[in-house]
Write a new protein. Structure first.
Length: 564
């Protein structure tokens, strides 16, 4: 891939104004083009530059007046002139009209197609006013969701009538007991609270004397509700009906999915699993958020050199890319982000997963189904007869799958997969322990990404004083001491115990010639790890400490997720 582009117009002004260096601006131009969006949209949505300076620069470049959206009364917005679908599609907000002229707020004045579509829809002359993208998004949500029942404003009637996009459940028809309004309302409220709170999983857990509901938010479980224990069977039945499960089967685990339509333009998918326990069925639900793979690689937390290594590996015509880490470390998002970058009309991509978590249009996705004879190896063999360019294997679990994946990587295909290992060095040992020949590993493996997810500090964070000796003991270098501030979690009404959101911490290792020699000589993990450091690749611990230096997370959080 050619990473060099000639910067002109706004891109050149961004560099000249010092908002972003030339290399990052070139990369942003390429990424915006690849994702079929404008440079302005890419920069503001990926938070590569501060919004206000960019708006001022764009205002001068395009001759559009800048407006502080907070200074405008939203009660006067003529929302009836532009449909919600059109407003969200083009990210525009109707502000006011004068005669036959409609003034609209935009964060990207270069989107001429948006102007044409709105002018055609309204029959009016369109005048743009430039606003900050974050404020624009909030205003659009507030304006249109107030009319459709947004997540933050649902009353009891709306909780009762949430729309499910699903097939009917198997087994006996649901009776009045299951349809009882308080149970329906409680379940719907739990689902919506989890979505609003940014949770990844919901646990409905029956015990002898209590029934509790826990959410996993930012990687940590916390209790959110204790409904009466007498309702456990009714709650389980309601969730199984929603997930199209057999409500008469209580002795075996079941899997299902729920598609919940929360607004006119927003649906959320849940993966549901039941497990018979001593006191009833425990139900765990995973929220499958397709928007996470649309964030772009710049939002995942890679350091600049790590991001470039990943992008270079993705654009190799063949090779094996492995993403490793424990369950819940963000491996799926890293893989899907890579697939999204590669997902173009001239690339044939096939994936086999257990199960498929997020649907990607343009990618051929296959679910593992052992009962029907569809396992990873069967799907891989079929893929090789389907003229593939890119193959993604959900997980390498055994020697047969590993050998087919490596063979595909050696015969002109780009292969991506995951392993449950704790570091890049351990990944190599795991594959060798499976029985993969060292020669095949050295010649096929292109890149290893070991990763964790760390909680990000909320803006309420507070500075703490840590002695230099303690910082050196934690792993900071003498050169770093005194150049940064250390923050800890404080906590406010807008966060969870001082944290809000998560960021990736990565060890990204390219297979260098020196590393290949050690692999072929059956070097142990200590030798492999030492060579990785010698080649300049940061360990997980070092990458985590960089996040502390940048003020993104706390030292306590890095210690929690990078236990060596």
């Amino acid at each position: 891939m050619n990473d060099s582009v000639n910067l002109t117009g706004l891109a050149r002004q961004i560099v000249d104004a010092g908002l972003l260096d030339e290399k990052k601006t070139q990369d942003a131009v390429l990424q915006a083009k690849r994702n079929q969006t404008s440079l302005v949209s890419w920069l503001v949505q990926n938070k590569l530059v501060k919004s206000l300076p960019l708006m001022e620069l764009a205002s001068a470049q395009f001759g559009v007046i800048y407006l502080d959206l907070n200074a405008v009364n939203p009660d006067v917005f003529p929302k009836e002139l532009i449909s919600e679908k059109l407003a969200r599609q083009h990210r525009v907000l109707p502000l006011y009209k004068r005669g036959s002229k409609l003034y609209v707020a935009v964060s990207d004045p270069s989107s001429y197609q948006a102007l044409k579509d709105i002018q055609f829809s309204t029959g009016m002359t369109i005048e743009q006013l430039l606003v900050e993208d974050e404020k624009l998004g909030r205003a659009i949500d507030k304006l249109y969701e107030s009319a459709t029942g947004g997540l933050d404003g649902m009353d009891d009637a709306e909780l009762d009538s949430l729309s499910l996009e699903q097939t009917e459940a198997k087994g006996p028809s649901q009776g009045d007991e299951i349809d009882e309004t308080p149970v329906v309302r409680f379940v719907n409220k739990m689902l919506l609270d989890a979505i609003k709170g940014g949770s990844s999983d919901l646990h409905f857990e029956p015990y002898e004397k209590i029934y509790r509901v826990r959410f996993r938010t930012d990687g940590v479980l916390h209790e959110v509700a204790k409904p009466p224990v007498q309702l456990r069977d009714r709650i389980s039945a309601r969730l199984k009906i929603m997930a199209s499960m057999d409500i008469s089967e209580r002795r075996k685990p079941q899997d299902g999915r729920i598609k919940l339509k929360v607004t006119a333009n927003k649906s959320i998918d849940f993966r549901v699993n039941t497990l018979p326990t001593l006191w009833g069925e425990k139900i765990v639900m995973r929220i499958l958020d397709s928007s996470s793979v649309k964030m772009g690689i710049d939002m995942l937390g890679y350091e600049e050199d790590q991001k470039q290594l990943y992008l270079e590996a993705l654009h190799q015509p063949h090779g094996l890319i492995l993403v490793t880490g424990p369950t819940g470390s963000g491996k799926t998002v890293s893989l899907y982000t890579g697939l999204s970058i590669l997902n173009m009309v001239d690339v044939n991509i096939s994936t086999v997963e257990d199960p498929v978590e997020i649907n990607l249009e343009g990618v051929n996705q296959v679910n593992v189904n052992p009962k029907q004879g569809m396992d990873f190896t069967t799907a891989l063999r079929a893929f090789l007869r389907q003229d593939p360019d890119v193959i993604m294997v959900g997980e390498i679990r055994d020697l047969e799958t590993a050998e087919i994946a490596i063979k595909a990587a050696q015969t002109g295909h780009l292969v991506m997969s995951t392993l449950h290992t704790n570091s890049a060095a351990e990944t190599l040992n795991r594959l060798r322990n499976m029985g993969v020949a060292s020669f095949n590993l050295a010649t096929s493996l292109t890149l290893i990404i070991a990763q964790r997810l760390a909680r990000k500090l909320c803006s309420c964070k507070q500075e703490i004083v840590v002695p230099d000796e303690a910082l050196l003991h934690e792993g900071f270098t003498h050169e770093q001491i005194g150049t940064f501030k250390v923050y800890e979690a404080k906590g406010c009404e807008n966060c969870n115990a001082g944290y809000k959101g998560r960021v990736g911490i990565y060890e990204v290792v390219k297979t260098t010639p020196e590393l290949q020699r050690i692999i072929m000589a059956d070097g142990n993990s200590m030798e492999i790890s030492a060579q990785m450091r010698k080649d300049g690749f940061n360990s997980l611990r070092t990458s985590g400490l960089l996040k502390v230096v940048q003020g993104i997370t706390s030292l306590a959080e890095v210690n929690r997720v990078t236990k060596d």
